[in-house]
Ligand binder design. Structure first.
Ligand code: ATP
Ligand code: MG
Ligand code: MG
Length: 551
């Protein structure tokens, strides 16, 4: 086992275990079910589940469901599917912050009884005025000195639905002069007369993120509550609640830098806008940086895990080049994807010296170095399709494909030499006539004139029609949402090219969703899980063979 340098979270956990602070670590991944997971979440998933695995602990999946209007069961289900697909399993049952609403409510009452929370009637706007700024302290709310009895009665009325949304809230009584604005009497409960996907209409008041998160961690016995850096300023509040409530455990929060990736946006709000306004075809559109989009595009779970491993975990923000992600995908697929042949833009090729009624089955390996991936049979006949761009009437020496009077090898089959071509009335080449050089199956020509290259092909009568979708970057701008820019302005108008007349070798009719193939000389492709049917095969290009600016 090669020993990799440990990142700071691993070092903290190792130290805590060595010092006997915990017998076993418990982490959690706490998504809000208000959208689909994206590549940034993959980093958090790999980190939280990864350290749990590494140190013999467990990781919970907890839906942080305190904003019922924006959340839904659809998002809950997609998140569970994505975490599993990435290769992780949460401990026990899925958890919800809403599982703890009764306990959280009782803890709110505990704070009121301790004189540490009060019902405040300031409007949102007034509250902003009272809050102060970074340089100016805030002012106490005029409702701050309500008696415990009055607060208990008002909070009960809030819970009973007797007040309208926005008329009052429950706030912690901390310090309006604190330099940390999060400690200036933060809201812990607000009225929301919204149906909740888990609790139905039981509640019309909901805890704030800050009030819910640490307490949920404590209930679950989370030892290391790992979140992104924007929560660093919330940590004193996190600790304040833990300190002032009779919680069963003392979790600790640690922050790491979010993943930002160029040529993409990774904010659920913006991704939702792309979906809602029809710029893409759903959250799992293959151009989306969502986990489900990447899955549909043909990315593998191991390539995403490898990417997260490579980017590492630090406390300094930065932007990762998307080519790093593409490298990980390409590298994984090169090692693991079975090979196949597909002609994207077909040109008819007639073999003049091969009998019209003859068919041959040529066995080829599915992978150049992976015996375990087996072999398949190619069907050879006298009428084939080759790639339109693989033939020219004449060309210079740099062109290593088929030219009249020159030779190429058909992948897995014979060496051929082109003799002539047929054109339509507009002068477009519509057919090539060529000849097999005898005795060249798996051998060089006996006359010593070697083929200039190898091209892919399919048998016209046996190939399956298919549609191929070539994706390009969704955005032209490497930082589409930086510095107040409207990310919608950066959308690449040419982010999808559909090739409706492609021809794929017959074996691929039995391809299953979830397998990505290398189409020889073209790149990596997989069946589209949304549009492909037995009658109408649709393939998505995952990524090209080489790094050519993201193609
Ligand atoms: P968004 O801004 O996209 O809505 P979020 O942080 O609000 O993201 P959550 O559902 O709350 O989304 O995220 C669940 C977990 O994933 C959190 O712990 C969060 O810190 C982490 N996470 C979200 N985005 C990233 C990212 N880009 N890089 C690393 N971790 C992330
Ligand atoms: Mg969040
Ligand atoms: Mg969010």
């Amino acid at each position: 086992v090669k020993s990799k340098p440990q990142h700071f979270i691993q070092q903290i956990i190792r130290r805590d275990l060595e010092q006997g602070l915990h017998q076993k670590i418990v982490t959690r991944f706490p998504p809000e079910p208000n959208g689909y997971l994206h590549i940034g979440h993959a980093k958090s998933i790999c980190l939280n589940f990864g350290v749990a695995q590494e140190f013999g602990g467990v990781c919970n999946l907890r839906f942080d469901d305190t904003n019922p209007e924006k959340e839904s069961e659809e998002f809950v289900n997609s998140i569970m599917a994505d975490v599993k697909w990435l290769g992780f399993q949460w401990d026990g049952k899925v958890k919800y912050t809403s599982d703890y609403f009764d306990q959280l409510y009782n803890w709110a009452i505990h704070l009121i009884n301790e004189g540490l929370a009060f019902v405040c009637d300031l409007s949102a706007e007034q509250m902003r005025e009272y809050r102060g700024t970074l340089t100016e302290p805030g002012k106490n709310s005029p409702y701050r000195d309500r008696s415990v009895e009055e607060n208990l009665a008002l909070f009960e009325k809030m819970r009973a639905g007797e007040f309208d949304e926005g008329t009052c809230s429950l706030r912690a009584k901390i310090d309006m002069a604190s330099p940390n604005i999060n400690l200036r009497d933060p809201i812990i409960y607000r009225i929301k007369k919204a149906h909740h996907h888990q609790t139905g209409d039981k509640w019309c008041i909901y805890p704030s993120y800050d009030f819910a998160h640490g307490q949920s961690d404590a209930i679950e016995g989370i030892t290391h509550s790992i979140c992104t850096l924007e929560f660093e300023d919330h940590k004193p509040l996190y600790d304040w609640f833990i300190q002032h409530l009779p919680v069963p455990a003392v979790p600790r929060q640690y922050e790491f830098a979010r993943l930002n990736i160029n040529y993409a946006v990774t904010s659920k709000r913006k991704l939702k806008q792309l979906v809602d306004e029809g710029y893409v075809d759903g959250w799992n559109d293959p151009r989306m940086p969502t986990i489900s989009g990447m899955r549909r595009r043909g990315y593998t779970p191991s390539s995403l895990r490898e990417f997260c491993e490579r980017i590492g975990v630090t406390r300094s923000d930065g932007v990762v080049d998307v080519s790093m992600l593409e490298f990980c995908v390409r590298d994984d697929l090169d090692k693991n994807a079975p090979r196949a042949m597909c002609v994207l833009r077909p040109l008819k090729l007639t073999i003049t010296n091969y009998p019209a009624d003859k068919v041959e089955y040529l066995s080829v390996h599915n992978h150049p170095s992976r015996e375990d991936l087996g072999s398949r049979e190619l069907v050879f006949s006298n009428t084939l399709y080759i790639e339109d761009e693989d033939f020219r009437e004449e060309a210079n020496k740099k062109y290593k494909r088929l030219v009249i009077g020159k030779r190429v090898r058909l992948r897995g089959a014979y060496v051929i030499e082109a003799d002539s071509c047929v054109k339509d009335d507009n002068g477009n080449i519509i057919e090539v006539k060529a000849r097999i050089i005898e005795n060249t199956l798996g051998k060089d020509p006996e006359d010593g004139v070697k083929p200039k290259g190898v091209i892919h092909w399919v048998s016209a009568a046996h190939a399956r029609d298919c549609e191929v979708r070539l994706y390009d970057r969704l955005f032209n701008d490497e930082a589409p949402d930086a510095g107040g820019k409207n990310f919608l302005d950066a959308i690449n108008p040419n982010n999808l090219a559909i090739l409706p007349n492609a021809k794929v070798e017959p074996a691929l009719a039995n391809a299953s969703v979830g397998t990505t193939f290398q189409f020889e000389r073209q790149g990596y492709f997989c069946l589209d899980s949304k549009y492909s049917t037995a009658e109408h095969l649709v393939f998505n290009r995952t990524i090209g063979l080489k790094d050519s600016a993201g193609k």
